[in-house]
Design a protein. Sequence first.
Length: 278
Amino acid sequence: MRLADAVQGQANGTPGRDAAPSAGAHPEHVVPCAFIRDLFLNYFESRKLVVEYVEDESYAEDLARIVDRIIGVVHISQDQKKVLDANGGEFDENQNAGKLEPIDRRYFCTSYHARMECNNPGITSPMVNFLFLDFDGVLHPQYDGEPTPKEVCFCHLPRFEAVMRRHPGVQIVISSTWRQQFGMLQLRAFFSADIAHRIIGITPTYPADGPPRMHIREWEILEWLQQHHASNRPWVALDDSQGDFRDYRHRVVFCQPWEGLSEHRAVQLNNALQGATL
């Protein structure tokens, strides 16, 4: 209901972005309708708002806040409308603002910055781009030297996926040793469909003939980032092996191997994906 109320309120023209229009003024959305359409299509493709007839209230609240921030109408002059029409409805402040008188720049600068703000509304442009995911000791408890019982395998997967659905922009890279036994299609098959499509790869395996070294998983993650020209992109790892990390331990949410992703660790993961200090 919160999302519907927000949309209805904006559709009725409240709150407006401008004072009463002058004669001959043209009503224009501050953020282009096509941009808003594509933005929300992306939201709904990455995460369902209603599951089994139950609305995700937290997600609806996030979307409603975005509606409040980006949907609004201003009245622009006919000269401003001509500039928009000549540019296919788009206006780049950096390239075109100098062509207008200062008083006419108000709308265009407002629109430009509003669209830039849309690129970081809080749940689309993540503080973290990649999550490097371990399985054993994370998605289920680790059993010393023994296979994990089938009834225990992936017992924490629902908890993990619930956290990830709050961060639809974060992509997943498998760092677990399971990647050495299963291909990408098989690895994705362990996950729900909406999470599976966000799994974009696996980390490389440290070469068997490489020099002996500690902190191998950290090396594998850094190697993946370098191979994908993403060394400067923010990332987080979810793992249970503290000995596999040294210089980047501050980027890792460590689970207890005999426990896996507990509720406490899930909270830590959620905070880490928001960019909070671990």
